[in-house]
Each structure stands twice: as C-alpha cells, then as structure tokens.
Design a protein around this ligand. Sequence first.
Ligand code: TMP
Length: 206
Amino acid sequence: MKKGFFITLEGIEGAGKSTMVNFVENSLIKAGHDVVKTREPGGTKIGEQIREILLNNENNKLTSDTELLLIFAARSQHMKEIIMPALSSGKTILCDRFTDASYAYQGGGRGIDASRINLLEKWVQSDFRPNLTLLFDLDVSVGMERTKKRSKADRFEQEKSIFFEKVRTCYLKRAEDEADRFRIINSELPLQKVKDEIAAVLKEIK
Ligand code: TMP
C-alpha cells in the first residue's frame, strides 16, 4: 500500500462529489489506508473562516483577485497545519477540491490568467501536487438541475451556466494535459456505476 498519498476530488456543482467523498473514504479505510478527510477552501479553523467569506452570497463586492488570494491564503494554512504533517506521518489525505479548482473556477470561470495562479501555486505549494485526482464530470445543465433542488445557493452556485461551462472546459483540459494524475468519473451514470468506476480507480493505488 502506498504511504503518504494525496488524493483530490474535483468537479462542477452537482457532480455528486460530496456524496462520493464518503464512499471514497470508506473504500480507502477498507483497503487499509489511514485517511485524513479534508476540504478546500477550508480544512482548518482559519481556512473555514475564509470559506465563509468566499461562499457568502452577500459578498457581491468581492473582486476576482481578492477571491483568488483568499483561496490561496486558506490553502497555505491548510498545507502547513494539516496536509504536510499528515503526509509526513504516512497518512492518506482525501481532499475535497484543491488547486485544480483554482485553475478551473478563478482561471476558467472568472478569467484570471493562469500565469498568476501558477505564481501563487509555486509560492504556496512549491512543486507539491496531488498524486491522484478524481474529476467528477457531467453536463452543466444536469449539474445545475441537481443543485436547484438544494437549499439556498452560495456565491459560486448562483453563477450562470456559461460560468460552469468554462469551469468544466478548464477541468477537462487539465485532465487531458495531466492524464497520469487525473481519472475522469462519468457522474451522469447511475450511482452504483459511479461507485464501480471509483472502485476500479482506487484499486490502482492499493
Ligand atoms: P464545494 O462546493 O466543493 O464545497 O466548494 C466550495 C466552492 O468553492 C465551489 O463552488 C468551488 C469553489 N472553489 C473555487 O472557486 N476555487 C478553489 O480553488 C476551491 C478549492 C474552491
């Protein structure tokens, strides 16, 4: 079994990532991994406070640059407080979103140049990257239909479909460019089939 492994989950709104994170966690535990489940933005007390600012849909004056900088501030805290210590002690980290989301949402969605995101990535993470990224992919209209059924939309969820189309395109491009790290999970399939796909991917790291 691989030690000190870093797995991230990504996808647009409504891709079922939040449901699947528990399935992935349980599968890893069954396979003998010592799992730390965490999320971004957030994962630390300070990061969770930053998350509240980012998701609060009353913060309509928040600029794209402030959004990006806050996300990387939370990430820096997360790296030092949780991720690095856990990896050093041989744990498997399961993180609900990471830097691919910054490229997809702030880069693709908001239109911030990738070179700026890259600058912050280097600052905060040096050359640290996930070992494996599961990208939960589905049609934007299907995803939006699913999120409509939930309670009040947060600051990101209230964006229009064109925003999520750009986010999705960016995710898929990154998955294509870094095919060794990414595995795309078709989230339009019935739940059991999605679980089967995940199980097949996780077998690779046992
Ligand atoms: P969640 O829906 O997975 O809980 O994530 C919260 C929101 O944060 C989600 O709409 C995407 C957004 N986000 C970014 O825009 N950039 C990032 O780098 C991260 C980690 C999340």
